[in-house]
Design a protein around this ligand. Structure first.
Ligand code: ATP
Ligand code: LTN
Length: 327
């Protein structure tokens, strides 16, 4: 029996190379080893304000990028979260088993709410409960996520264990799967901040659909420091991040990468890195253009995906409701 993998991606902003190296690339690589389910989490997206038409088109764009990156709809399920109502329903049930103290510790909420101040919704606070519901509905063994999501997977484990200890074995306890490389790609303009879709600056992230010239310009403008030597040195976050991206796209080992830049400077690294990223994204971009040529094709794949996994979600939800004594 293959292990089941579940992960989610938000249809907000532009998908960037942090999402690609930290998540999508690993998902593609794992398809034959695991039974994969990937969810476009539109219900999570609305925890912050979204423009309706943009949200709708972003959902299709994210799906298209996943398929273009190599997710094979014949073996892997990709679906839209709001197509399966069990997600929202289980989130409510879990809410009643998550102590406020656990939620108050969530660092992502602290960061995101700090940025928004009085606009912060209850949904944003409750985000981890919905994420726990996503994972638990499908009895996932493994949850591949970037380092930033580790705490949410821990909360999922805690609430499932708590529920099981009250009502008996109900949920499978999932485990986070954090990639060693590309776990945390940092912003090009500020290498002390994680590259993020919600960061507005034009020099912050390289997006998967950026043109070669835009990619080159962004890499050349990336923030570094005033030293010279090109090596993996964590105390120099700018250069460390650029080398990490180089590593992510080429798959080369660190000593090999460092040896390529002996006697060369930051500008050489940037020039070479830009070409590595342009070449790395080019096949994905042409597949994306092909996939989106036929209107409705992406939607048909997403509907099929939801139809395949809905029965699993409904069965888990029914079991939970029965254990609690609802209805
Ligand atoms: P935002 O920062 O706006 O919340 P995001 O860029 O973190 O969005 P998500 O949709 O939340 O994007 O994340 C999708 C996947 O990409 C997750 O597995 C997440 O951990 C991973 N990821 C996001 N940003 C990075 C990053 N900078 N480096 C590595 N992985 C990342
Ligand atoms: N919170 C995640 C997206 C997400 C997710 C999930 C990831 C929503 N539900 C379930 C793994 C499993 C994020 O922001 N990257």
């Amino acid at each position: 029996m293959k292990k089941r993998v579940f992960s989610g991606i938000q249809p907000t902003g532009d998908i960037h190379i942090g999402n690609y190296l930290g998540a999508i690339k690993q998902w593609v690589a794992s398809q034959t080893e695991y039974e994969d389910i990937f969810c476009i989490v539109d219900l999570h997206a609305i925890t912050v304000a979204q423009e309706p038409n943009t949200l709708k088109s972003k959902i299709r764009e994210v799906a298209g990028l996943l398929f273009a990156a190599g997710i094979d709809p014949k073996i892997t399920v990709v679906f839209i979260q709001s197509h399966i109502s069990a997600h929202a329903e289980l989130a409510w049930l879990l809410n009643c088993f998550i102590p406020m103290g656990w939620m108050n510790r969530m660092t992502q909420f602290k960061e995101k709410s700090h940025r928004q101040r009085e606009q912060v919704s209850v949904g944003l606070f409750d985000y981890p409960a919905l994420m726990a519901a996503d994972i638990l509905l499908y009895e996932a063994d493994l949850v591949p996520v970037g380092e930033d999501q580790r705490q949410h997977v821990e909360l999922t484990r805690d609430v499932s264990q708590r529920f099981n200890s009250i009502y008996g074995e109900t949920f499978k306890i999932p485990e986070a799967l954090i990639p060693q490389f590309g776990a945390r790609v940092m912003g090009l303009d500020d290498p002390t901040q994680k590259m993020s879709k919600s960061e507005p600056g034009s020099g912050h992230a390289i997006n998967l659909l950026d043109t070669p010239d835009v990619i080159r310009a962004k890499v050349m403008r990336a923030t570094t420091d005033s030293q010279r030597e090109v090596c993996f040195d964590e105390s120099r976050p700018g250069i460390y991040n650029l080398l990490g991206i180089y590593e992510g796209f080429t798959g080369l080992g660190r000593p090999e990468i460092e040896s390529r830049f002996v006697g060369k400077g930051y500008v050489d690294l940037k020039k070479e890195l830009a070409e590595v990223v342009v070449a790395g994204l080019s096949p994905l971009q042409s597949r994306y253009r092909e996939l989106t040529r036929e209107p409705g094709y992406i939607d048909s794949l997403l509907n099929e995906g939801a139809d395949r996994v809905r029965p699993v979600a409904e069965e888990t939800l029914a079991k939970v409701k029965q254990q609690i004594g609802l209805g």
